[in-house]
Design a protein around this ligand. Structure first.
Ligand code: SF4
Length: 415
């Protein structure tokens, strides 16, 4: 039996517990002793920032939080390192936002005489070159279990074929009182789309789903355990298969649980009013759609499988049901002309009564692992993108479009 510490360094999301770490805890706990070091929530509480502010911090341009904590709260860092040194295995979860802290923590741990094994896992790991410990790229459950048993190579894309073979999530190691009363869920892994700016689909080799029965059992269990009535699906999309979605909606509404849930979906014109009404009956209260642009040409260039008219017809059905949804936008996609941009502005203006909320507006960012990067696309000049961002934000303000302030321009600093 190995003693395993799983670490979530800041800056990380504070709305829900880290679902990826919970999957690892479940994969290890039968054979090993597992402890969680949620340094993100610990430092969030020490520094007493507002949640909306914290969720925007981090990234390449962020000042060194590790250094700040080390000089201002030395006991916090010292006791963390002292505790971690006692473990056989320390796994650190690395995202773009917490990369700097994670690497510094790994370095300090190694320099402190730590004799166990150090693993880095998470979406940012494939970009880390100079690290002498083990790396897990892709899903971690099978990999970390193998490492805990003594295997010592890097693990690349060891995916679980049958997701229902994974134990149900429990979140017992998290201090749930520190989070809002909402729990994360994952009904699938991967994405069926290949949008050219996106890297999310690259984190997986294959798209897989739990069965609807498994997810309903998971929701029932968590509701019984905590009486938390709000679930947030963290899937890239939960409407890859409408047959799946219908069965899920039907099973969940049959349970009659007093719960609500939100999820990300792709825009599909074949989602009928009946299906949407079934989801609403089953507790769906919010849907996120990546609209990104209202120019037909830009949507086609991105690789989106819908046109603005189809988006509009879906939005109209949702509004008819009073089912809340939010959209995200990307401003300054490399092929976006001024005319395309104006299409997006007019779409927002003309349909302001139809769109309950704008979840995210960000300038285009050329991501390392994206298809666009591979194709060697040249982004638009920053001056143009900034001008368009200003215009869209002005329109949002002037037209009184509801939006989430913390997600406006939140990716611009490398988060
Ligand atoms: S943007 Fe969304 S739908 Fe497109 S590939 Fe990425 S995760 Fe999938």
């Amino acid at each position: 039996m190995a003693k395993v510490a799983l670490v979530i360094p800041p800056f990380f999301w504070t709305k829900t517990p880290h679902i990826g770490i919970e999957f690892l805890i479940q994969a290890l706990k039968r054979k090993h002793k597992v402890d969680l070091f949620d340094l993100n929530m610990a430092s969030f509480q020490i520094l007493r920032k507002r949640r909306s502010e914290w969720d925007k911090l981090g990234g390449e341009k962020a000042p060194s939080l590790f250094q700040y904590l080390k000089s201002s709260y030395p006991r916090f860092i010292d006791s963390t390192l002292k505790s971690l040194k006692k473990y056989d295995l320390v796994g650190i979860s690395v995202f773009r936002r917490n990369r700097a802290f994670s690497l510094r923590l790994a370095e300090e741990l190694e320099n402190s005489g730590f004799s166990g094994r150090l693993i880095l896992g998470g979406p940012e790991v494939s970009f880390i070159k100079d690290f002498c410990g083990q790396k897990v790229i892709g899903e971690g459950e099978r990999a970390i279990a193998a490492i805990a048993q003594g295997e010592s190579k890097d693990f690349l894309f060891w995916e679980t074929d049958n997701l229902d073979s994974l134990p149900l999530l429990e979140f017992r190691k998290f201090n749930l009182r520190a989070f809002p009363r909402v729990l994360p869920l994952l009904s699938s892994r991967g994405c069926i789309r290949r949008c050219r700016f996106c890297t999310e689909w690259r984190l997986y080799k294959k798209f897989r789903q739990h069965t609807p029965a498994y997810i309903v059992a998971q929701m029932k269990k968590l509701w019984r355990d905590y009486k938390i009535d709000w679930f947030s699906f963290q899937d890239s999309l939960i409407n890859a298969s409408l047959g799946w979605l219908e069965e899920f909606g039907r099973r969940l509404s049959e349970e009659n649980l007093p719960i609500r849930w939100e999820a990300q979906m792709i825009i599909r014109d074949d989602m009928t009013t009946d299906l949407l009404a079934l989801l609403q009956k089953a507790g769906c209260t919010n849907i996120f759609f990546g609209l990104e642009s209202a120019s037909e040409k830009v949507l086609k260039d991105i690789g989106k499988p819908f046109c603005p008219q189809e988006a509009l017809s879906l939005f109209t059905r949702l509004t008819g049901l009073s089912l809340h949804f939010e959209i995200s936008l990307i401003i300054g996609y490399p092929t976006e002309t001024e005319e395309d941009f104006l299409c997006t502005l007019s779409f927002l203006k003309e349909n302001k009564k139809l769109i309950p909320k704008i979840a995210q507006v960000n300038p285009f960012i050329l991501l390392e692992n994206s298809l666009l990067k591979e194709e060697g696309i040249t982004p638009l000049p920053q001056t143009i993108v900034k001008k368009r961002m200003k215009k869209v934000l002005k329109l949002i303000k002037n037209e009184g479009l509801r939006h989430r302030l913390s997600f406006i321009n939140n990716l611009a600093d490398g988060n």
